[in-house]
Design a protein around this ligand. Structure first.
Ligand code: MF3
Ligand code: CO
Ligand code: CO
Length: 259
């Protein structure tokens, strides 16, 4: 079924709590993103923090995923598996994607970090990708089409000379990890379903330095890399549609003027 669930107030409060916890983990993780640290170590610290706060890491055992978070470096687009032999090095760009289950409710968010200074092109890509997320969030309003999220994200990404990953998308979330609708980051103007108050979904653009095409690692069945091995970046928030606009549930920095 492709019915988009309208969450009730009790569910919204539960999803908000889980989302805030996920957002806080991204702040907590920052201290570990340093040269010489393994992505497995960061994942261990994330799992410990999640469990200490009475929650469960949603990725663990999800369709066989072996770890508690996704940590994706440089040309890895998403679903990087934390590993003891994946060691951070100077100038790496790193996405950490955290999804919590708290009292049965899901919150899903990710952001970029860097190890030391970024190269000029990496910085340009990361800044543009954050802007893509914010442009998508700016389209969140009752009565607007989901397609306008991807329409405006793609226009901006292309204007910067970057490409938009189309093989992975945002998604409804809250009662399950992945619910309808699929939230495309490249889409036609005024296409798709219409946003309504009480809908909760992610926007999580993956933007590539080179071509959009992605390949998934044969060995692990998860790690998605750019086919041309150029850089990729991603930011993600979980968003509630309100009567008047949006509420960024995973924002813990007070960055967004929720309306
Ligand atoms: N958190 C990812 C998303 O944003 C999904 C990860 S699925 C996993 O949708 F199995 F790799 F964890
Ligand atoms: Co997501
Ligand atoms: Co995620």
């Amino acid at each position: 079924m492709s019915i988009i669930i309208i969450k009730n107030p009790e569910q919204i409060e539960g999803i908000r709590k889980s989302s805030k916890l996920a957002g806080k983990i991204l702040l907590y993780a920052e201290q570990f993103v340093k040269e010489g640290v393994s992505t497995e170590y960061i994942d261990d610290k994330i799992e410990e923090y999640i469990r200490d706060h009475g929650a469960i890491p949603a990725p663990l055992h999800y369709h066989g995923f072996p770890k508690s978070s996704c940590i994706s470096l440089n040309e890895t687009v998403c679903h990087g598996i934390p590993a003891k032999d994946t060691i951070l090095k100077n100038h790496d760009i790193v996405n950490i994607d955290v999804t919590t289950i708290l009292d049965g409710y899901y919150g899903d968010t990710s952001r970029m970090y860097s190890v030391g200074e970024m190269s000029i092109i990496a910085k340009k890509l990361v800044v543009a990708t954050k802007k893509c997320l914010d442009i998508g969030i700016g389209q969140c309003s009752p009565g607007n089409y989901f397609g306008n999220i991807g329409y405006h994200i793609a226009n901006f990404a292309h204007s910067k000379g970057f490409s938009v990953v189309y093989e992975f998308t945002g998604h409804g979330t809250g009662l399950e990890f992945h619910e309808p609708p699929q939230v495309d980051h490249i889409a036609g103007r005024n296409s798709g379903k219409i946003m309504k108050p009480g809908m909760i979904f992610t926007i999580e653009p993956m933007i590539n330095q080179g071509k959009a095409k992605v390949t998934v690692d044969n060995h692990d069945g998860w790690t998605a890399r750019t086919k041309d091995n150029k850089l990729s970046a991603q930011f993600e928030h979980t968003i509630l549609i309100t009567e008047t606009g949006y509420d960024v549930l995973t924002d813990v920095s007070g960055e967004y003027n929720n309306s």
